[in-house]
Ligand binder design. Structure first.
Ligand code: PMP
Length: 424
């Protein structure tokens, strides 16, 4: 019998727009060669993952006998009520007034929340404003939706107010303001830049958003607060959502991945009621609700204080890792490398003046020869970015790599940087 010919199934337009994540090849490199020291991987610290606390909560659940069975049943699309209540109480403690648990959606990671709200709001050709550089996986979602991404310049506090105003003016001038659907902002320790907004910056951005709302079609401010629980230094700044006390405008999303365990695949979002209804319809089509069992366990972890215990452990560990990373950079890298100091989160954003860090560049390949990889900044800039697009940046992640190999990776990279400097 002749071997079958592979079918060429026609894909949907959406599928055709959906490409592999640009950094999947980086992850593949690290998996295929265990000797590679990856400063690229965005995973969390494996050693700190809370086995003990998770086991305790699972035991408490199944010690309840038949009462545990609800956890094994289907649940509500919006998420387990008990978890939404525990989260609402937590968000109120963190400064958001009168949180309505019926306006919360629990999702499969924060990622599903971002994906679903984009599905709710965007058609092909719509416009989304993002801080630049931005979370590249969200850019993949926007690309898949067929949205145009326009970047807003950032400094170490994130979105620059005047740059945001300029983008709005540009949209009016170009007749695109009616297509604007989302302004996407990471309000704490952004991925990749590590930038963190001061209270004053938050206020400014919110006020500019409010003014712009009066000038045309309504659009949603998405506040991605995924790294809020990883504050390593300084005070907790208020959620942008806390400036929206009537819950009318802002969609705030967060995750239980970073300060507890990504393996639970649970995240949350809090939004105005009409968006909540639309989100639940979309999520219902996807999965009828996230894992009821994982949500039951997490609700216990939040109520018992074990979630906070885990978060504290992660913060201690990341503080030590961040400090070790910055110390190694100081020791092994030229002094004119520019770093954004991370007050929290998992990333250091570095600018290496005069060195092209793009994927496939000589510098990237030389690092790879030394078995060190990073995320080229190239991937983090959006469709319409700064002109010219920066070519000399990179994201370094101290999440999963241990301190000794991290130091060694920085040392090796330092030697490559020196070599490239001399060549110039
Ligand atoms: N937002 C940002 C900025 C992130 O960096 C991530 C994870 N890397 C997410 C959302 C989603 O994470 P998760 O799906 O694990 O909650």
């Amino acid at each position: 019998m002749s071997s079958p010919v592979a079918m060429q199934f026609p894909l949907s337009a959406r599928s055709a727009r959906t490409t592999d994540s640009p950094i999947s090849w980086l992850m593949k490199l690290a998996v295929e060669d265990p000797e590679i020291l990856s400063l690229a991987a965005g995973f969390v610290d494996t050693k700190t993952l809370p086995n003990d606390l998770t086991r305790g909560a699972i035991n408490r659940l199944f010690d309840k006998g038949d009462d545990a069975k609800n956890a094994l049943q289907y649940g509500l699309t919006a998420g387990l009520k008990d978890l939404r209540l525990a989260l609402a109480a937590r968000l109120e403690k963190q400064g958001i007034p009168d949180v309505d648990p019926d306006c919360i959606v629990i999702s499969n990671g924060g990622q599903q929340g971002l994906y679903t709200i984009t599905e709710v709001l965007c058609d092909v050709g719509d416009v989304v404003l993002v801080e630049d550089p931005t979370y590249f996986v969200y850019m993949d979602v926007l690309k898949s939706a067929g949205a145009h991404t326009l970047g807003i310049n950032t400094d170490e506090e994130g979105v620059i107010p005047s740059a945001l105003e300029e983008r709005f003016e540009e949209l009016h001038r170009e007749g695109l303001r009616d297509r604007l659907r989302i302004l996407y902002v990471m309000s704490y320790y952004a991925n990749p830049k590590g930038s963190n907004m001061s209270t004053e910056r938050r206020r400014q951005i919110y006020d500019i958003y409010q003014r712009e709302l009066q000038r045309g079609t309504p659009f949603v401010l998405i506040e991605d607060a995924s790294y809020r629980d990883l504050c390593l230094e300084g005070k907790d700044e208020p959620f942008l959502k806390s400036f929206d006390p009537e819950n009318e405008f802002v969609f705030t999303t967060g995750t239980f991945s970073k300060a507890f365990a990504p393996g639970f695949r649970l995240g949350w979002s809090y939004m105005p009621p009409d968006l909540h209804r639309a989100m639940c319809r979309q999520k219902g089509n996807q999965d009828f609700g996230s894992s009821n069992m994982n949500q039951t366990i997490l609700a216990d972890l939040l109520r018992s204080g074990d979630y906070d215990t885990a978060a504290e452990r992660f913060r201690d560990r990341y503080r030590a890792k961040r400090d070790a990373l910055l110390a190694a950079m100081k020791e092994f890298w030229p002094s004119d490398v520019e770093l954004v100091y991370p007050y929290g989160g998992l990333y250091v954003w570095a600018k290496l003046p005069g060195v092209n860090t793009d994927p496939g560049s000589d510098f990237f390949n030389a690092c790879l020869e030394q078995k060190v990889i990073y995320v080229p900044g190239y991937y983090c800039f959006c469709d319409k970015t700064q002109d010219p697009k920066p070519v000399d940046t990179m994201r370094i992640c101290y999440g999963v790599i241990d301190i000794d190999p991290m130091r060694e990776a920085v040392r090796r990279m330092g030697a490559v940087i020196e070599r490239f400097r001399k060549k110039r």
